[in-house]
Design a protein. Structure first.
Length: 328
C-alpha cells in the first residue's frame, strides 16, 4: 500500500512538471508569433518565417506535453482505482467469510432443532431432477439432480422459487421432477413433476408445465411427521391433470408470457418453479398450525382452469423472504 501511495505522489509531481513545461512552451510560442508579426511589419520576411516556425514548434511541443500529462493523470486514477478495488476485495472477502461462518452456524443450529414453535425457521432442501432423453447420451438419457436450500418459517405460507425450468422450455423429450426434504427431521416428500416435454409419433411436440404446487407439512407437538402434496385437479380438465396438479400447454398458455420482457422484469421467476409450503398440526407448545387453509385447492378463486401459471403467479401475497444456496 505504501509503495502505491509513493508512486501516486511521484506521478502527480511528474504531471505538474509536464503541465508547467507545457505552459512555458505556449508562452514561448506566443512570443515567437509576436516576433514574426513584428518582422513582417518591418518587411523582414525571412526572419518572420523563422519566428513562425519556432512558434509552431513550441505550440506542438506544448500539445505533446499536455497529452503526456493527461496520460500520467490517467495512471494516477488507475492506481487509485486499483487501490480502491483491492480494499473492496479485501473487505468483501472478509464479509463473505463472515457470511459463510454465519450460514454454517445457522445450518448446524437448524439441524439441531427437533421441536419447533410458530415462527421458527426451518431448513428445507428443494431437490430438482432433470431428465433429458437423447440418443447421444449413454443409455439414451441423462439425469441431473440439483439442490437449493431455503429457510421457511413454521406456519408461514411460504413461497420457494427457482428459475431452473426457464432454461429448458425449448428442450424436447425432457422432464423436471421435484421433492422436498427437511433434514433435521429426516422427512422427505414424494416427488412430483413440474415440466414435461415429448415428441409424438406423428411429429407433434407436447410441452406441459405445472405453474406451481403446494405441499403441506404435518407436525405433532413441533415434530415434523410427514408432507403431502395438494390435489388441485378438481378445477381443471382431466387431460390437463399432471400428478394431482393442473398443467398448462406451454405453446398455448405459457410461452407468450415467458417471452414478455416487461412481465419477466416484474417477475424473473415467471416460468420457473414455484413451491408453496403450508403447515398443519401443532407446534411444541400445542398451538394449532393453520396456514394449510391457504392452499389453492381450498379456494375457488385460485382455480387453474384458464392457466395453471397465471393462477400461481399471484395467489400468495404473504410469503417470507428466503435465502438460498446451491449445495455441492
Amino acid at each position: 500500500m505504501a509503495n502505491t501511495l509513493e508512486l501516486q505522489m511521484k506521478l502527480k509531481v511528474q504531471e505538474k512538471m509536464l503541465m508547467k513545461q507545457a505552459e512555458r512552451e505556449e508562452k514561448n510560442s506566443e512570443k515567437e508569433r509576436n516576433k514574426a508579426k513584428a518582422a513582417l511589419r518591418k518587411g523582414n520576411r525571412d526572419f518572420a518565417q523563422l519566428y513562425a516556425q519556432n512558434s509552431v514548434k513550441s505550440h506542438n511541443l506544448a500539445i505533446q506535453l499536455q497529452q503526456n500529462a493527461a496520460k500520467v493523470s490517467s495512471m494516477v486514477v488507475d492506481l487509485k482505482m486499483a487501490e480502491v478495488q483491492a480494499k473492496m476485495a479485501k473487505s468483501l472477502d472478509s464479509v463473505v467469510k463472515e457470511m459463510e461462518k454465519y450460514v454454517d452456524q445457522r445450518y448446524d443450529n437448524l439441524l439441531g432443532y427437533k421441536e419447533n414453535e410458530k415462527g421458527d425457521y426451518t431448513l428445507c432442501i428443494l431437490h430438482i431432477a432433470c431428465e433429458i432423453v437423447n440418443e447421444s447420451f449413454p443409455n439414451g438419457r441423462n439425469t441431473s439432480v440439483y439442490r437449493a436450500m431455503y429457510f421457511p418459517k413454521v406456519d408461514d405460507f411460504s413461497e420457494l422459487r427457482n428459475h431452473f425450468t426457464q432454461h429448458i422450455l425449448d428442450v424436447p423429450d425432457a422432464s423436471v421432477r421435484v421433492w422436498l426434504e427437511f433434514p433435521a427431521f429426516n422427512v422427505r416428500s414424494e416427488s412430483r413433476i413440474m415440466f414435461y416435454s415429448s415428441n409424438s409419433s406423428k411429429g407433434k411436440h407436447y410441452q406441459n408445465i405445472v405453474g406451481s404446487r403446494a405441499i403441506t407439512v404435518v407436525m405433532e407437538e413441533g415434530v415434523m411427521k410427514e408432507m403431502y402434496w395438494d390435489d388441485s385437479c378438481a378445477s381443471c380438465l382431466e387431460e390437463n391433470c399432471l400428478e394431482d396438479s393442473c398443467s398448462s400447454d406451454i405453446f398455448a398458455d405459457i410461452r407468450p408470457s415467458c417471452q414478455d420482457s416487461q412481465a419477466l422484469e416484474e417477475d424473473p421467476y415467471r416460468c420457473g418453479i414455484k413451491i408453496y409450503v403450508a403447515w398443519q398440526g401443532t407446534d411444541r407448545d400445542g398451538h394449532s398450525l393453520t396456514s394449510y387453509t391457504s392452499v389453492p385447492s381450498r379456494f375457488q378463486k385460485y382455480s387453474f382452469i384458464a392457466s395453471a401459471y397465471d393462477a400461481a403467479a399471484g395467489f400468495s401475497n404473504d410469503f417470507i423472504s428466503f435465502w438460498k444456496k446451491p449445495l455441492n
